[in-house]
Design a protein around this ligand. Structure first.
Ligand code: AMP
Length: 284
């Protein structure tokens, strides 16, 4: 049975009870509209912890002006069914007014990490993510928190926040779940027309191309970025935001590839912005 908790108070009470019974808590923060990516994190949490808490909250703080906050897919009754099926112990599903009872005057600054990759296209986004994750961590107080590699920049920033602000939680980053043709699963894929959906495979194809080039000895990162840009540019309707080879931790541009790097892309199809990434290295 999955307990639905819609207030912070009820969640704290539930957490207190489980903790005092000696149960370890795994936490998966999400914006709902579950797909296999979410479910893989939930399953991983279930393997690692006695109890699994999942939050479903479309966080207004991380959406910019003109972004898709209003039309972001929401289907809580479907999410609840899937959560039941996965034996999630508690779903935290607060209203916006519950999470932000007063305007959020105090926010977490994420520094330069938030200005790179998706930063220029989404100003304030990562500060919004870091702030809501900090609040959720204070409410749920889990032993472990689970994120997807799909959102690599988010994972790097949250890992840094946890370390630098000293949150007593272990973080785990889980692999990206993909459709059969390689497209990374995302709630936003639902926005794509049939034609856009077919063309969207270029993200992963360009990443695989980069990974293959790196594996076979190419060390010139700008050259690989150029090749990715060309691949993406050749696809109708694909508007490139970035195709970048960066350091895994600092997210800074790399010129010469030595160890493992993060290869990341962001491409728009109409109003829909898709992101994806792989870790690549000479031996990978
Ligand atoms: P979201 O609901 O999109 O905010 O995502 C919630 C969590 O699921 C985040 O940690 C995401 O990185 C993760 N996630 C989203 N898509 C995938 C995917 N395709 N594979 C693995 N994890 C994912």
């Amino acid at each position: 049975m999955t307990v639905v908790l819609d207030t912070i108070r009820a969640t704290r009470r539930w957490v207190r009870t489980e903790r005092s019974a000696g149960k370890s808590l795994g936490f998966v923060p999400t914006m709902g509209a579950f797909h296999e990516g979410h479910l893989s994190l939930i399953r991983r949490a279930g393997q690692q912890c006695d109890r699994v808490v999942v939050s479903v909250f479309v966080n207004p703080l991380q959406f910019g002006e003109g972004e898709d906050f209003d039309r972001y897919p929401r289907d809580f009754s479907r999410d609840l069914k899937l959560a039941e099926h996965e034996e999630v112990d508690a779903l935290f599903h607060p209203a916006v007014e519950e999470m932000y009872a007063a305007p959020q005057g105090i926010t977490i600054q994420v520094g330069k990490l938030g200005d790179l990759l998706c930063g220029p296209a989404r100003p304030g986004h990562f500060a919004g993510v870091a702030t809501v994750v900090a609040k959720l961590l204070n409410i749920v107080q889990p032993d472990r928190i689970f994120f997807g590699q799909k959102d690599a920049q988010q994972a790097v920033i949250i890992e840094r926040m946890i370390a630098e602000l000293g949150f007593p939680v272990q973080m785990e980053v889980c692999p990206t779940m993909r459709e059969a043709d390689g497209l990374a699963m995302s709630s936003r894929n639902a926005y794509l027309s049939a034609e856009e959906r077919a063309n969207a495979t270029v993200l992963y194809r360009s990443l695989c191309h980069a990974a293959t080039r790196i594996r076979s000895g190419e060390r010139d990162a700008p050259r690989i970025e150029r090749e990715m840009r060309e691949m993406i540019g050749a696809v109708p309707g694909a508007a490139l935001d970035y195709a970048s080879v960066v350091d895994r931790r600092s997210l800074e541009s790399v010129k010469e590839i030595v160890g493992e790097v993060l290869v990341a892309v962001a491409v728009r199809f109409g109003k829909t912005r898709l992101i994806d990434n792989v870790i690549a290295g000479p031996g990978k």
